[in-house]
Design a protein around this ligand. Structure first.
Ligand code: ACO
Length: 454
């Protein structure tokens, strides 16, 4: 198989959102803290009628229907999520219900991957590697990644979000993964973790998580560069070789800083380059600890990168600014945003940074396929954007005021605890669920969750 990559993709996100300006007023923080300081517009959320299984089912059903994909054509299904509702059973197993109901294909490999926001990337890597391997039997892989990101009341709450991305992976794809190139960095840190299984909320050290994220970015850049230069001995690596960038997006300001940080890395590799002369006062900082949370360096790097950011990064930020952090879905919502904003990606190269706290991180890349071998059923990257129709779908959502948002999150908290104790019927009204969406109907006395399609 050649040109393995993304054949089709879409994202499910909840019907309701809260506006970040409204939230600034409600939280009594200074004007602009969430909209400029974090760079966010709106945040998607759901009540206790939706959980990770219902959202993943809706996302898969939507992709299969929109692209008329036969459930029997899937040979691998991988789910990446950190929204844990069962310590044993995979979300993947729950998704098998859709396959049972649509042709009873049970020969499907893959289970869930969990590591903060990185599970989707592991799922994607597994799927691509399966197609490259001797185990591949000609069928497609389906990667499902996303989360419901909720934080306790406090400074992290505006960085929540929700959504689940589904991607069809196979050969002769319009968006090809450059499989020989990858840069990975993993280490043991406690920036964000979820040790309290009675709560949906993480323990998070915000400042440490930012430092870990940026350090991981530096290390992935270094590893990716090394691999690139190993494969292309006569060519020096530069981010200039890439047309677009997608970053895992906890909030947009960190994405701006990440791209700016890559420019700083380019300077450190080539300190005599006149393009980067404004970085000279920071040369001795290198990538040391003091370079991570450093307002002066930020100011210089953000200024130096802002024009390129608009061209190369901004097109991938639409969904994450509107939905917030969908954790495992975030970086893939970036790819979908890019496909929705740029008509023609033929021969364009896209660099992707995936980060999951704790931590696991990778750099990898895609290129728009310009050959005539593209699978006829999935014609071009342009169609993916059109079919997903995210701009219109985002506009058709319902804005909820912050008071109601807080009340709905409180019901989620209460339900989460009740479900552990016994039979439970969700509190939230079905008015908060769109037609065609799966929702949690009830939890029975054996704690089995029952879902219905609205
Ligand atoms: N106008 C403009 N900017 C403002 C304003 C204002 N009125 N008020 C504050 N700001 C700026 C600050 O200067 C700061 O900018 P900087 O990042 O350039 O320094 C930014 O807004 C955030 O303000 P802080 O006071 O630093 O915010 P706070 O400490 O309250 O919380 C944080 C921010 C740490 C991101 C918090 O929301 C959090 O913990 N989120 C969850 C963790 C997270 O998302 N980490 C990212 C990687 S890990 C992951 O993906 C989960």
């Amino acid at each position: 198989p050649v040109d393995i990559g993304i054949l089709a993709m879409d994202m499910y996100f909840p019907k309701n959102y809260v506006n970040q300006t409204d939230l600034e007023i409600y939280d009594k923080v200074s004007k602009g803290k969430y909209t400029i300081g974090l760079g966010q517009n709106n945040m998607a959320f759901s009540g206790d009628r939706e959980d990770i299984v219902s959202m993943a089912m809706t996302s898969v059903k939507m992709l299969m229907e929109k692209y008329k994909i036969d459930y029997n054509m899937i040979g691998r299904l991988e789910v990446g999520t950190e929204t844990i509702i069962d310590k044993s059973k995979s979300v993947k197993s729950a998704l098998m219900q859709l396959f049972q109901d649509n042709g009873n294909n049970t020969s499907i490999e893959g289970v869930d991957t969990m590591n903060a926001c990185y599970g989707g990337t592991n799922a994607l890597f597994n799927s691509v590697q399966w197609i490259e391997s001797s185990f591949w039997d000609g069928r497609y892989a389906l990667v499902v990644c996303g989360d419901i990101a909720v934080y306790s009341v406090g400074p992290a709450r505006p960085t929540g979000g929700a959504g689940v991305v589904s991607m069809l992976i196979g050969p002769n794809a319009p968006l090809v993964m450059e499989t020989s190139l990858r840069g990975t960095h993993m280490e043991n840190v406690h920036d964000f973790y979820k040790p309290d299984l009675t709560s949906e909320y993480p323990y998070v050290d915000g400042k440490l998580s930012i430092e870990c994220y940026l350090r991981a970015l530096d290390k992935c850049y270094e590893q990716f560069k090394k691999r690139y230069e190993q494969l292309n001995p006569n060519r020096k690596f530069s981010i200039d070789h890439y047309d677009y960038f997608c970053f895992h997006s906890p909030y947009n300001r960190l994405v701006q800083k990440s791209y700016a940080r890559l420019k700083y890395n380019e300077f450190l590799n080539d300190p005599d380059n006149q393009r980067y002369k404004d970085f000279l006062p920071f040369k001795n900082l290198s990538t040391g600890k003091d370079s991570y949370i450093n307002p002066k360096l930020d100011q210089t790097s953000l200024k130096l990168s802002q024009d390129d950011f608009k061209k190369k990064v901004d097109p991938s930020t639409l969904l994450s600014k509107e939905l917030g952090n969908s954790y495992c879905g975030s970086v893939y919502s970036g790819i979908l945003s890019l496909l929705s904003n740029v008509n023609n990606l033929q021969d364009k190269r896209i660099l992707v940074f995936s980060y999951g706290s704790g931590l696991a991180s990778s750099f990898f890349s895609f290129r728009g396929n310009s050959s005539n071998n593209i699978n006829k059923q999935f014609p071009s990257t342009r169609n993916i954007g059109e079919i997903a129709n995210i701009k219109e779908r985002l506009q058709n959502r319902t804005k909820i005021n912050p008071d109601e948002f807080s009340r709905i999150l409180a019901t989620r908290e209460k339900s989460h605890l009740s479900i552990i104790k016994g039979a439970h019927t969700p509190i939230d009204t079905l008015d908060n669920i769109s037609n065609g969406t799966f929702y949690l109907e009830k939890v029975d006395d054996k704690l089995i969750r029952h879902y219905k399609l609205k």
